[in-house]
Design a protein around this ligand. Sequence first.
Ligand code: ATP
Ligand code: ATP
Ligand code: CA
Length: 222
Amino acid sequence: KHRQKQRQFAVIGLGRFGGSVCKELFAQGHEVLAIDINEDKAREFSAFATHSVQLDTTDEGALKNIGIRNFEHVVVAIGDHIQASILTTLLLKELGIEKVWVKAQNTYHQKVLDKLGADLVVHPEFDMGKRIAHKMTSDKVIDFIDLEDDYSIVELYATKKIDGQSLATLNMRAIYGVTVLAIKKDKKMNIAPRPDIEIEENDLLIVMGHKNDLTRFEKDGL
Ligand code: ATP
Ligand code: ATP
Ligand code: CA
């Protein structure tokens, strides 16, 4: 187990998404306060959180009373009640919570949350749908992270086609405009691969570049 600094987390809204966030944090040994307007939900989560309370988080006084200001990181997962989600986010930012991460229900909701100063807005159904589509269209891409402006980091397995070649001979930077950030061989991660390192089939390559260039590399280079 990794030793991690104990941080104070709160999760508001204990539906499938918020409930899963809460349980995972708690399972990792973190202190988590679980909050829901629904009494039964709050009771259910007393087993999966350090504390759980029944509370309408659109009530500023109630939020202050539970000392929400002491929490550094709050997740707002009030799904269908967009108005409550927006008001809760506004109050949390006004109260000076450092990190407020919010689950959005649709793109309009997402835009409003961004304007209110939400520190991260996630849209799980939308994001997961994109991930799945990526996985369906490429059997080489293991995983990916979208960065700004159409840049991504992808994980790919080295194919037979490049087995035995070095980064220098592959010359990917010049040919495709992509950069190998790291190479994983037999569970050993090398985060500073030298140009002469020999790539073997099934090495995991972590590659960064523009989406179009990554697609070209994946199709023609691998
Ligand atoms: P799922 O993740 O399952 O799709 P969801 O994100 O669609 O769920 P809902 O089930 O709509 O979310 O709501 C999440 C939780 O938020 C519910 O348990 C609900 O009781 C709670 N909730 C709604 N309004 C408030 C509020 N004002 N204050 C606190 N909790 C609230
Ligand atoms: P979200 O991802 O937005 O949470 P969801 O998973 O809750 O969506 P629904 O909106 O309930 O999904 O349904 C998804 C789609 O499946 C709808 O457009 C619906 O019309 C369609 N659908 C439902 N039943 C059938 C069926 N028997 N055959 C074909 N399509 C269906
Ligand atoms: Ca939902």
